[in-house]
Design a protein around this ligand. Sequence first.
Ligand SMILES: NC(=O)c1ccc[n+]([C@@H]2O[C@H](COP(=O)([O-])OP(=O)(O)OC[C@H]3O[C@@H](n4cnc5c(N)ncnc54)[C@H](O)[C@@H]3O)[C@@H](O)[C@H]2O)c1
Length: 366
Amino acid sequence: MSKTSKAIKTSKSSQSSKKLKIGLIGAGGIVRGAHLKPGWLAVPDCEIVAVCDVNRATAQKLADDFQIPHVFTDYRDLVALEEIDAVDICTPNCVHTPAVLAAFQAGKHVLCEKPLAVTTKEILAMQAASKKAGKLLMTAQHCRFSDIAQAIKAWVDTGALGEVYHTRVNATRRNHLPTSPGFIDPKLSGGGPCMDIGVHALDTAMWLMDFPRPVRVSGRALTNFAKGHELPGAWGEWDRTLFGVEDFASGYVHFENGATLALEASWLQHQEKEDWNAVLLGKKASVKWPTGEFYTAVNRSLIDGRILPKPGVQPAHTEEIVAFADAIRNNKPSPVPVEQTLRVIAILEGIMKSSATNKEIVLPKL
Ligand SMILES: NC(=O)c1ccc[n+]([C@@H]2O[C@H](COP(=O)([O-])OP(=O)(O)OC[C@H]3O[C@@H](n4cnc5c(N)ncnc54)[C@H](O)[C@@H]3O)[C@@H](O)[C@H]2O)c1
């Protein structure tokens, strides 16, 4: 552990006089690129008091750049720091569960990056630990917090779609494969594009659908291109010997209310460009995220329209972090509750199980 100068202080005022003290676990890309700045720096009366990364130089660099006083290489030391109110976990997926459990054991609130975990068993353990500790657990599903997602949700919540009978979800890339071991080594990531980006689009679609209970799932996960050299990676080369996850997955879901959902996720496939969307088909109208396009008919006249982004909304990661801080300060429920994440991960886990067994998977009542 080393000490540098004083903690980050934000300038805006807040309802509460007590500063919220945060520990960061994992100091890589997403922390630097979104969570810390503008993320945490936009939260009124908040201090980042500690950072932990197994790579000390990475943690120290972040601490030096943002004046974070405590630096650790073991998250158990960070969560033991009494002054910390909440932790923000941004490690490779395999570290999420042990770090979340350690944080609750130490009595901290938790914001954790997606996928919260790659199995429902782990999420149930986190849910129990959160309840026992009486502390918040929020999954960092930032897509819900964007200006356009907020505007679409507000419109959908008026009942504009009528009964939603089917949803199409796409998180497909042509040749953007994340090259770091944290994504392609199954021991670290627990899955490929399905868990990495499928989780974003599926969470957003499920949220727009108001989280119906999934009952049956079938799916297929394939490695079509990532072991070879046919497709060039736009983010550079990756270690073919380490690559052990799928590069494409598809799934089909039945919900208790009779609705269905089809999901596709890929890092590599032959298509024009990235296709990142969800289309909700309702009996009164359909809507597409993230474009906000909607289609309907009134008195046999066909109508096309577009929902505009909600004004005044900050970048999605910032809104997500502001919502987490607000929930802690004002005793509000988790902005992304674990019960919802449980249903999302049950579907993704079901796709993988279905692919491995070549059978449809009946999900437990979640
Ligand atoms: N919401 C989003 O838009 C988004 C985008 C990218 C990544 N992510 C998620 O964020 C997480 C991190 O991704 P990233 O892109 O920042 O990865 P990264 O590889 O850039 O950073 C991860 C950091 O965690 C550190 N680390 C590894 N094991 C650790 C441990 N036991 N304790 C402390 N630190 C440890 C690594 O040394 C590394 O610095 C992943 O779960 C990923 O799915 C989310």
